[in-house]
Design a protein around this ligand. Structure first.
Ligand code: OOB
Length: 541
């Protein structure tokens, strides 16, 4: 493992163990324990399919056997691109039992992103749904595999649902059926310090990096956030955002809920209609949204005035929640709002359920762990004066010390003493709460969906007649808009033409610019970089 990414230095690891942050437990063993502690409680609900903890345990064993017989070995990476369905959870725990490493991707990712993730993780398998929405993931898988033909070993494809005409793809259900009937497996020798999963970073330089999370650190992430969200055996968590998103999966999300013996309910889409029906039917107590969804939920709530007496907490995170929306959400829907400012790399900040309204509506919370170290620094890396704005740096028991297979990038993304440079501009209040005021990383964050500007700029520059391109995030009321500034030799393309062009090049749809502005040249800063601040100002005045 030492060759793929840096881990925590021994002294820190010893301290995290000694002080109880790291429990020395793997997810494979832990999920067996749950089945012993509360076998008959409902663990998982997907439409009209339900699993108790005992059933989840048995399914993970059976699928683990099947995956092992199919050739998955300890340490093998498996790229998972599934919508919110029970198979995601079953597969995740099955992989944990045999030491496999799920690599989380988003349903919106397309050929470019998936190809990159398959290559950079060196995955042996790629798991997709047959269709979701109007999109056929089997076609995507076939196309990506065609492009990977140059790789030494091409990953094999598993399809949840119907494999269609793809004879070389394996159906998830067949995999299960063909496994030997005695579903007894000896656990692989997995160590709690081993890699448990890979998450995708938002990306600041080109394609996203993989974030290596261990059993020790990710379990602490889930359990500590479960405590801050006051989860217990009566909690019912509704997964609305994509289940592969770290927020939905483990902050506290599905994993934190299971750690406490609660119930995870999966929503197939993020509409308030679907969610309100599930909240009423399943007695949901907590759910989590990204900021752009909140006004839709508010509007539907005001219109339909649903009876949702069980619902207590609404977490919101992934992008800055405007203060007024936070206030409205609490007062209109009668729930406690919990702001969550987190990152795939680790650090989680959450407002506390008993924080005064002022902090809940105007801050993005404070670190969840007493062992989280945060520093706010100026451009030269020196701590700013109290209350001043600067870049947030952090390290701690669940914040990684480096990306996976990214030695060069790690030299700049982390300080010499192991602090992760978040690229977020924050102000630290005396209470320890953080206010996110902006960003110094070249990233676009469209209401939670992030990507590096440079990744799209490279594609924009390939558009016929485009001589130079800069993509700039311009903050709007709720989400950020991506504006493409283009220097063109002829008439500039429209936003729609660009969207089609980028989709043809295999990019996720959310990366397409909202607006195109033709300019004679791109302004430069004194150090020769494109002056994105002045470009942003030119359209936001
Ligand atoms: C979450 O994780 P990522 O890795 O998709 O994105 C992390 C970045 C942060 O560095 C920050 O720039 C932004 O997203 N962000 C927020 C925010 N939450 C995330 N910016 C302002 N306010 C917030 N509340 O997005 C994530 C992971 C776990 C839990 C919640 C969110």
């Amino acid at each position: 493992m030492a060759t793929t990414h840096p881990g925590w230095p021994d002294a820190d690891a010893r301290r995290y163990r000694r002080e109880g942050y790291w429990r020395g437990m793997t997810f494979g063993a832990l999920s067996r324990q749950w089945a012993v502690s509360w076998p008959r409680r409902t663990a998982l609900v997907d439409s009209d399919r339900r699993w108790t903890y005992a059933e989840l345990d048995a399914a993970a064993d059976r699928l683990g056997v099947a995956l092992r017989q199919w050739g998955i070995r300890g340490g093998d990476r498996v790229v998972v691109q599934l919508p919110n369905c029970a198979e995601f959870v079953l597969l995740w725990f099955a992989l944990q039992r045999i030491g496999g490493v799920p690599v989380h991707t988003m349903p919106g990712h397309r050929k470019t992103e998936i190809g990159h993730v398959l290559r950079s993780s060196g995955a042996v398998a790629y798991v997709v749904a047959d269709r979701h929405g109007r999109f056929d993931y089997r076609e995507l898988a076939a196309e990506v595999l065609g492009d990977l033909a140059d790789c030494l070993t091409s990953p094999r494809v598993v399809v949840v649902g119907d494999t269609g005409h793809h004879a070389d793809f394996v159906a998830f259900d067949d995999l299960l059926r063909d496994s030997s009937s005695s579903a007894e497996i000896a656990d692989e020798p997995v160590d709690s310090g081993d890699l448990a999963l890979l998450l995708l970073s938002g990306g600041t330089t080109g394609l996203p990096k993989l974030v290596p999370r261990t059993h020790d650190d990710y379990l602490y992430n889930a359990a500590a956030s479960a405590d801050v969200a006051a989860l217990d055996g009566d909690s019912v968590y509704l997964a609305v955002l994509p289940i592969g998103f770290n927020f939905t999966f483990a902050c506290p999300g599905a994993l934190g809920t299971l750690c406490r013996g609660g119930t995870v309910v999966l929503a197939r889409d993020a509409s308030p209609q679907t969610a309100f029906e599930l909240i009423a039917r399943e007695g949901v107590t907590i759910t989590a949204l990204s900021p752009p969804l909140v006004p839709h939920w508010l509007e539907e709530f005001r219109t339909s005035l649903p009876e949702l007496g069980s619902w207590r907490v609404l977490q919101v995170g992934g992008a800055r929640l405007p203060d007024e929306v936070a206030r409205d959400a609490a007062s209109v829907m009668g729930v406690t709002v919990q702001q969550v400012f987190g990152m795939a790399e680790g650090l989680l900040n959450m407002t506390r359920l008993d924080d005064p309204v002022r902090l809940v509506t105007t801050t993005q919370g404070r670190p969840i762990s007493p062992a989280d170290e945060v520093m706010v620094v100026d451009e030269a890396g020196r701590p700013v004066l109290d209350g001043q704005v600067g870049e947030l740096l952090t390290r701690g028991p669940y914040t990684v010390r480096g990306y996976y297979r990214a030695e060069e990038h790690n030299r700049t993304a982390f300080t010499a003493d192991g602090f992760y440079r978040t690229g977020d501009l924050v102000r630290l209040l005396p209470s320890g709460h953080l206010v996110v005021v902006g960003r110094c990383k070249d990233q676009i964050n469209r209401g939670g969906e992030k990507f590096a500007a440079v990744e799209v700029e490279e594609h924009l520059a390939a558009y016929p007649g485009v001589k130079a391109a800069a993509l700039v995030g311009v903050s709007d009321d709720l989400a950020e808009r991506a504006v493409a500034f283009l220097v063109c030799s002829g008439p500039p393309p429209s936003a729609r033409e660009l969207a089609r062009f980028l989709a043809d090049r295999g990019l996720a749809a959310y990366k397409a610019p909202d607006r195109v502005v033709a300019v004679a040249h791109l302004p430069m800063t004194a150090v020769g970089k494109v002056d994105k601040k002045s470009l942003a100002r030119s359209v936001s005045d």
